[in-house]
Design a protein around this ligand. Structure first.
Ligand code: ASP
Length: 439
């Protein structure tokens, strides 16, 4: 069975990184499909090739010379090729791109050339065949991927071969190149894995998996060994970001395990993401929390009126007002006579006055209050379900540290416990959860 591997920008940044990729691929003969990103940063102050390509496009648009930026891109790839001692004819490729720029190349096509050049080089280096994404990955008119066409085409192209594919782009219905949104090579990898019914989709990056908490808040958090797709959605929604958010859908549909691995520490098992784990008992020891995520700067809009909950259509009327102002309601922790809506402050800000006016008109409330400066924290874990006492433990740990909880929300699936605290208590709340239930 095949394994599909995707290497991100940091794994493609230099000749030294290419060498690490080669030893990872060579280590296992079933690692036969490799998807690559454009060259990323070699250091904090370096530039990503994709950013430089977008910069070239902006230069073209405003009539500024592209020569120096295009020179930086060319130098990156020529340096990698020369250091690896390869004979790939990059000069003609670069000349063609440069000529297409003079002929008015589209922004998407220009942005896609980073992945294209990476894949050409990596194919030569690994001794694999190059298969262009434009040969199989097709978008529909509505911008979604035409999975039937794309999967069948890739199956045909990959048959009996070891291949390298550029990530991030495919062909639109008009036959021109079209990219995903930024970070989209993750999706290409997931589509390739689904198309080929891969045994596993290995996503190689520069961290040893998804961390249990934000490393800017918790010192050296441990990576999550195993997480379900549902848990990952919960964690990503509130800030934990390793993968493009659309990555999991193609692999989840086929229940193909997704393994996040570190190119710079290949012995580390990383994080495995699956629909469910059959042997879930004991694998993570006593822990019932899989990960902790959260975000600051929410506002709570509270509408109070005697008998509010018993009035028909209350929620509908309130939601319609937020919908009309295009403000997304995140959570609704309610009391008997109070409906509270948690929304992002940055969305609410400009519209607060007109939303308040509409609420007063429609609901005639006894009072209406808007509280800013709320942070949302989520403890996420599939093992919390049907286990009595978990929220009690969480809230007493927070109480013992003097952290006041402003609101609570838990879905009946019990995969998360979400609560709101003051912005200033956010870091402390995350640390209390980590120190009490993970360490
Ligand atoms: N190179 C593209 C970007 O920087 C796509 C990717 O790396 O996934 O967004």
């Amino acid at each position: 069975m095949r394994k599909v591997l995707k290497f991100g920008g940091s794994s493609m940044a230099s000749a030294a990184q290419y060498a690490k990729v080669k030893s990872i691929v060579d280590y296992d003969a079933s690692r036969s499909v490799v998807v690559v990103s454009a060259a990323g940063k070699r250091s904090k102050t370096d530039h990503k090739v994709t950013d430089l390509l977008y910069l070239c496009y902006a230069h073209m648009k405003y009539g500024v010379s592209v020569d120096s930026v295009f020179g930086m891109i060319s130098d990156r790839y020529l340096e990698i090729r020369n250091e690896l001692g390869l004979s790939t004819d990059l000069e003609s490729e670069l000349e063609k791109i440069r000529a297409d720029m003079d002929d008015g190349i589209s922004e998407d096509e220009l942005a896609s050339r980073g992945e294209y050049l990476s894949a050409r080089l990596m194919a030569d280096y690994l001794g694999f065949d190059f298969v262009d994404a434009a040969e199989w990955l097709r978008f529909k008119l509505d911008g979604s991927v035409d999975k039937d066409y794309s999967y069948a085409a890739l199956r045909r192209l990959a048959e009996g071969r070891k291949i390298v594919i550029p990530g991030f782009y495919g062909l639109g219905p008009d036959g021109s190149i079209r990219t995903f949104t930024r970070g989209g090579s993750d999706i290409t990898g997931a589509l390739a894995a689904a198309a080929l019914d891969a045994e596993i989709y290995e996503n190689w990056t520069d961290v040893s998996g998804i961390l249990m908490a934000d490393p800017r808040i918790v010192e050296n958090p441990e990576p999550i060994p195993r997480v379900t797709y549902t848990e990952l959605r919960e964690l990503s929604y509130l800030g934990a970001q390793v993968l493009h958010e659309d990555t999991i859908f193609p692999v989840a549909e086929k229940n193909i395990p997704l393994n996040i691995r570190n190119t710079n520490d290949p012995a580390h098992p990383g994080t495995i993401i699956m629909d469910h784990f059959d042997d879930d008992d004991g694998a993570e020891g006593h822990r019932f929390i899989t990960g902790i995520a959260g975000k600051k700067d929410f506002s709570v809009v509270s509408v109070s009126k005697k008998g509010l909950s018993s009035q028909m259509g209350t929620m509908r009327k309130i939601f319609e007002i937020f919908e009309a102002h295009a403000v997304a309601v995140e959570y609704t922790p309610n009391g008997i006579d109070t409906v509270s809506l948690v929304v992002e402050t940055k969305q609410l800000k400009k519209q607060a006055d007109s939303i308040a006016a509409d609420l007063i008109k429609a609901m005639e409330p006894d009072s209406l209050a808007i509280t800013d400066g709320i942070a949302i924290v989520a403890a996420v874990g599939r093992k919390m379900a049907r286990r009595p006492g978990i929220s009690g433990q969480i809230f007493s740990a927070l109480g013992a540290e003097g952290i006041n909880i402003r609101l609570i929300s838990q879905s009946p699936q019990e995969v998360n416990i979400i609560f709101g605290v003051e912005n200033r208590d956010f870091n402390a709340a995350v640390r209390v959860l980590y120190n009490s239930f993970v360490k």
